[in-house]
Design a protein around this ligand. Structure first.
Ligand SMILES: Cc1cc2nc3c(=O)[nH]c(=O)nc-3n(C[C@H](O)[C@H](O)[C@H](O)COP(=O)(O)OP(=O)(O)OC[C@H]3O[C@@H](n4cnc5c(N)ncnc54)[C@H](O)[C@@H]3O)c2cc1C
Length: 617
């Protein structure tokens, strides 16, 4: 075939230049002064990933220099918010390192707001600090750019490559340049994946003209999971999808309003509904309802029950707290720093937050490992604090040798957010460099036949379109191919209707999921007939492939866990209660690329930090 193939060799290959990837690149250079460190990114690291648009707060900062919090406190908080299930070793490891990373961000030029009375960072909440974060991503990207030997922007990575002789050893990846179509083969001694979580796996509330308007960026296409699953890497907690309470239609963040500005939410009648829901929630989840602060999913649940009872809309009473010019500015800037669309919605709907309350609603589900959920790869933990069955050599190495991860990629540890994801990249890189140093003479071999096979597969959608377009019957409809958008909308419909999306008020069940799996199988078969009219659509096709793989994993994990652990994130209609006797465990899955079979397992939950002080007594 006519496409050029370019080979790039490296010691450390970082895939995805978001927060995890930038942290990994930066730290790889610190420990591996003479190593060749290559960063590959599908967009441009200056403005890529979930933080592309900027942020208004860093949501994970201990403040140990002022004795504000200790890592142990953070473990307890995270454990509570995730209804008892987190990898405490991983959470602790991030918490103990996160402050020094935030101090670096400030040195690099990130403006962090100060409390004028104390001189400390201005707290939004117990774990969050306020920043002027419009340029957060370019600042962090600069550190990665200066550390990398080479940065390859605009390369969509489609598949990981395995070693020719050792099937469980990673050897690199392949992808294509989305601008000129060149095929790339990256060969590496260790690979760190930081390719981010997934939006648009579920049908969004906004469809048609508003389809791109989702909370999680539409360009976050679940590659962190779509790349790993076919290697046979063990995944965990993929059922733990995130649903967020946000301002309606613009998805503006609520944190600054609740925590800093102290605004309240009520139902349409002006009633505070959370406390009224206490007995019903207690019957579902037992003592977890008493955790302070109330876990994120349970707050969603209370709101959803209220809406189902016809007591919506739910309102955030912005008008009751904007009593000074300064507060008004904070309110608007909170959106302008990170979700400009919400300010536009206010303007378009004649909402002056000083005068009028604003509607809140829950989002469609997303798959993430760094926010208030912890989907991702099962990873080895830190040597000094991970229990024996949580470690097999190198921190943040997956069950595939030489394959590391960071941020949304790594499962079991929630609430990393931006700074924690960067920290996790640093931790993974430190271990990956050691892995490479300890194997100085070892160079994994890629299989040339496999590379050629993948090259043909990667460009096949262009060929399918070239031939099939002659049969177009109406507009863009053709009998012999589907477009990436058609495929995406079909995926979203399946997940929405069968695996607990907004159309089903997040409810699913075994029969529904079994039917969903049948439909996903047909979609997987039809992916072979996907047509791409240009390189842009070719990228959309492979993004869809990563989403489909992730969707199947999510469905299988949701089916496996026979309880409703996180009401407000999703409900098993056939198992409506939390069941600690059977399910106080992580879920695990491994996909066998040869047999195409999935193996599910229960993985142990160990406590390394004792006590549950944040429980109300
Ligand atoms: C809407 C939203 C609001 C948030 N608000 C806050 C906040 O206020 N404070 C806070 O601290 N944190 C916040 N976070 C969390 C924070 O953004 C994430 O925790 C963090 O970005 C995760 O890092 P990551 O490296 O895993 O993913 P990302 O930062 O998303 O990076 C993934 C990177 O991989 C690239 N990539 C993806 N697929 C491929 C591929 N196939 N080939 C090559 N490259 C690829 C992407 O382009 C991107 O650059 C928010 C997240 C979201 C989604």
């Amino acid at each position: 075939m006519g496409r050029r193939t370019k080979f790039v060799d490296s010691d450390i290959l970082v895939i995805g230049g978001g927060f995890g990837g930038c942290g990994a690149t930066y730290e790889s250079r610190y420990w591996g002064r003479d190593l060749k460190i290559v960063l590959v990114e599908k967009a441009n690291i200056e403005r890529s990933g979930a933080v592309a648009q900027g942020l208004s707060a860093i949501n994970c900062y201990m403040g140990m220099q002022w004795g504000e919090n200790q890592p142990e406190d953070f473990v307890k908080y995270t454990r509570g918010d995730l209804m008892g299930l987190v990898r405490e070793d991983l959470v602790y490891d991030i918490a103990r390192h996160v402050d020094s990373t935030v101090h670096k961000f400030e040195e690099w030029g990130l403006p962090i707001l100060k409390n004028p009375e104390t001189g400390r960072y201005l707290r939004e909440g117990k774990w969050q600090i306020m920043i002027h974060g419009e340029s957060y991503k370019p600042i962090v990207a600069e550190a990665a750019r200066k550390s990398a030997t080479e940065v390859y922007n605009r390369i969509m990575v489609t598949h990981l490559l395995m070693d020719k002789t050792r099937p469980n050893r990673v050897a690199g990846c392949v992808g294509f340049n989305v601008r000129n179509g060149d095929f790339y083969v990256f060969r590496a001694k260790a690979v760190i994946v930081g390719a981010g979580g997934g939006s648009h796996i579920y049908r969004p509330r906004s469809v048609g003209e508003g389809m791109g308007r989702t909370w999680y960026a539409p360009w976050s296409t679940a590659s962190a999971y779509g790349l790993l699953i076919p290697t046979g890497a063990k995944m965990t907690q993929m059922e733990n999808k995130i649903v967020l309470t946000r301002f309606k239609d613009g998805y503006g963040p609520v944190g600054a309003w609740f925590l800093l500005l102290k605004a309240h939410a009520t139902n349409a009648a002006g009633e505070f509904y959370e406390k009224d829901r206490y007995p019903e929630i207690k019957a579902r989840v037992g003592h977890y309802v008493d955790i302070v602060p109330m876990p994120t999913c349970l707050r969603n649940h209370a709101m959803l029950e209220e809406i189902k009872a016809g007591k919506g809309p739910i309102y955030m009473h912005t008008q009751k707290v904007l009593d000074t010019k300064e507060k008004e500015e904070i309110g608007w800037e909170d959106f302008l720093d990170m979700t400009i669309g919400q300010a536009v919605v206010w303007a378009a709907q004649n909402i002056d937050p000083k005068e009028t309350p604003s509607e809140l609603i829950t989002s469609e589900p997303y798959i993430m490992g760094s926010h208030a959920t912890c989907s991702g790869a099962w990873a080895s933990g830190p040597e000094d604090c991970a229990p024996a069955d949580y470690q097999w050599g190198y921190n943040r190495m997956t069950t595939v040798e030489g394959l590391f991860g960071a941020g949304d990629t790594i499962g079991g540890s929630a609430h990393k957010f931006s700074a924690g994801s960067f920290v996790e990249g640093r931790l993974a890189a430190k271990a990956a460099v050691r892995y490479v140093m300890e194997r100085k003479t070892e160079s994994p071999q890629v299989d040339d036949d496999e590379v050629e096979r993948l090259k043909r597969a990667v460009y096949k959608p262009l060929e399918t379109y070239r031939v099939g377009r002659n049969e177009i019957v109406a507009g863009s409809v053709a009998p012999s191919y589907i477009t990436p958008l058609h495929g995406l909308q079909r995926l979203e419909k399946i997940m929405d209707e069968y695996v607990g999306g907004v159309g089903m008020f997040y409810v699913t069940s075994e029969p529904l999921m079994n039917r969903g799996l049948e439909l996903l199988k047909m979609l997987t078969e039809d992916f072979e007939c996907i047509g791409a009219e240009d390189l842009h659509q070719l990228q959309r096709a492979w993004e869809l492939q990563h989403r489909i793989l992730t969707a199947e994993s999510v469905t299988r994990h949701t089916l496996f866990r026979q309880e409703t652990r996180w009401p407000g994130y999703y409900y098993r209609g056939d198992y409506p209660k939390l069941d600690d006797s059977e399910w106080h465990c992580f879920t695990g899955s491994q996909y066998d690329p040869k047999s195409k079979e999935w193996t599910m397992s229960k993985l142990p939950v160990h406590r390394i930090v004792e006590g549950f002080e944040l429980l109300r007594t």
